[in-house]
Design a protein. Structure first.
Length: 521
């Protein structure tokens, strides 16, 4: 019944704000436009269309606000008036009562507000779909005072999200059962992945942990600032962090006036994204303009400031290697290798012809190379790739949905900063360097160090384990024997690689000594 009532409520909100009328007038057929005029009779629909869409999304709740935030970054896909209104969803969602925020803080810390902060701004500086932020001055344990930002979770969020997720799971089940693409699209898995990330956002301690991890990862890059967390004042519903001072990245004119190099800023954004994805496998996955500022302080001038770490993405070593190989092959226009990678990974049926898949991928990607970002829409590229994937029965990978969303955010951000940015050539050197690090001698040594204790324990036991397996039940133990033999072969390859590398290094030193002596003589 909850799902039925929620569905009715969504339809009512759409009707209340005239979204049905906006949909009908978008069609060119005269009879549909006539229907639009008829259904609007008796309703006050004088507000601008962008405002109506924004207010409807706000009324529908956090999931729909998130959807509007993503859309707001795609100005290439939306009319300017709608994009401008949806941009207000990034940090200007109507706030909840400051008195309620104070109650939540005092309940979390079990003490009056004035015993925690020497000052607390009652008016929130930012209000988003999940939480709102107040500036304050914190009393630290050593007696000093620190300027901080206090993030407070909106009340009643868990129930609101659960209601919408129930409806989305029902719709995913319909798609899975009724659509011919149900197996390939994996709607249940995608919704489950989205559900996980939304619920992670409701735990501010988890968000603080993600921020701390990103802060450690980015320390040596000197391109981005991430606030320090005050762990004594982090709670599931309240998070206290260092106050960051910067200019919102959407205010490009103000940044130019301050002397910020905008093209470099765009390139740095690409570098940060690819570093987080391919080096760390841990990336900020909610990079809309409302969560990004730029420092104009002298000591950190021109650096990004990242905020709001409620949604982060993670990738396994296999995911990183597979994606890096795909990107590198794309940048080299090696479409045959891209097709082979899809088949090797099992994303497409094993019987797929490599040449046909190669030709289809080439037809999608080749027209976009050597063009500035203003002439490229990754949204359109992904749409064409989706059409191609349907033809070849490519299975959607739920763990990569968040990465695709973030990539679209990055493109939208880059388009605002520098439309002439060459996304491909900016990312290509980074990926090629990363690939060399993955197959170079240092990677081999690091892997050997990591696996040495395991191999040292396993190797002496191999003969006994092999004898026991064969003696007990040869038929049932065949798979285990094969696994053990595979481990032994892998160990042998690692040892051989280390030995050959050592021999090559020694021979290189001898050759250098010989050349030096010949020149001296």
């Amino acid at each position: 019944m909850n799902r039925v009532f929620r569905s009715i409520y969504i339809v009512w909100i759409a009707f209340r704000y005239g979204l049905d009328e906006l949909l009908l007038i978008s069609f060119k057929r005269p009879w549909l436009r006539l229907i639009a005029r008829l259904v609007s009779i008796g309703r006050d629909l004088n507000a601008p269309r962008g405002q109506r869409i924004r207010e409807a999304l706000e009324r529908l709740g956090p999931i729909y606000v998130k959807f509007g935030q993503v859309l707001s970054t795609r100005r290439d896909l939306l009319p300017p008036d709608i994009a401008d209104e949806l941009a207000r969803l990034q940090d200007r969602v109507p706030p909840f009562s400051s008195a309620v925020a104070v109650q939540i803080i005092e309940r979390a810390f079990r003490k009056p507000l004035d015993q925690v902060f020497t000052s607390f701004d009652q008016v929130p500086v930012a209000s988003a779909s999940i939480a709102q932020v107040h500036f304050a001055t914190l009393k630290t344990r050593d007696g000093t005072e620190r300027e901080v930002a206090v993030k407070v979770l909106r009340p009643g969020m868990l129930q609101a999200i659960d209601n919408d997720m129930d409806l989305m799971r029902t719709m995913a089940g319909w798609v899975d059962r009724l659509s011919a693409d149900g197996k390939r699209l994996k709607p249940r898995e995608v919704v489950a992945e989205f559900d996980k990330y939304l619920h992670d956002e409701l735990d501010l301690v988890r968000e603080a942990s993600s921020a701390a991890q990103l802060r450690r990862n980015m320390q040596g890059l000197d391109l981005v600032l991430i606030p320090e967390m005050f762990w004594d004042y982090c709670h599931t519903e309240v998070m206290v962090m260092e106050r960051m001072k910067g200019v919102p990245i959407s205010q490009v004119a103000r940044l130019r006036e301050a002397g910020v190099d905008i093209p470099k800023l765009a390139r740095d954004g690409v570098t940060i994204f690819f570093t987080q994805v391919f080096r760390d496998g841990f990336f900020h996955a909610d990079m809309h303009p409302g969560n990004i500022q730029v420092s104009i302080e002298p000591a950190t001038f021109g650096r990004y400031i990242s905020l709001d770490f409620g949604i982060v993405g993670t990738l396994t070593e296999y995911d990183k290697e597979y994606l890096a190989q795909n990107f590198t092959a794309f940048f080299r226009r090696d479409y045959k290798r891209v097709a082979e990678l899809h088949i090797e990974s099992g994303w497409v049926p094993a019987a797929t012809r490599v040449d046909e898949l190669e030709s289809a991928i080439r037809s999608v990607c080749e027209p976009y190379f050597d063009r500035p970002l203003k002439e490229i829409s990754l949204g359109m590229v992904l749409m064409r790739l989706f059409q191609t994937s349907r033809r070849f029965h490519v299975e959607i990978q739920p763990q990569l949905v968040l990465l695709q969303k973030t990539l679209l955010n990055i493109e939208g951000l880059g388009r605002q900063l520098d439309p002439d940015l060459d996304l491909w050539n900016t990312a290509k050197p980074f990926l090629e360097t990363w690939m060399l690090e993955q197959v170079g001698p240092q990677k081999l040594i690091d892997q050997l160090k990591d696996q040495a204790p395991r191999y040292a324990k396993l190797l002496p036991e191999l003969p006994r384990l092999l004898h026991d397996f064969l003696k007990n039940n040869p038929a049932d133990s065949r798979r285990e024997v094969q696994q053990l033999l595979a481990e032994q072969r892998r160990t042998n390859r690692l040892l051989q690689g280390l030995i050959y590398g050592g021999i090559g290094f020694a021979l290189g030193l001898l050759a250098m000594q010989f050349i030096i002596r010949v020149r001296i003589w």
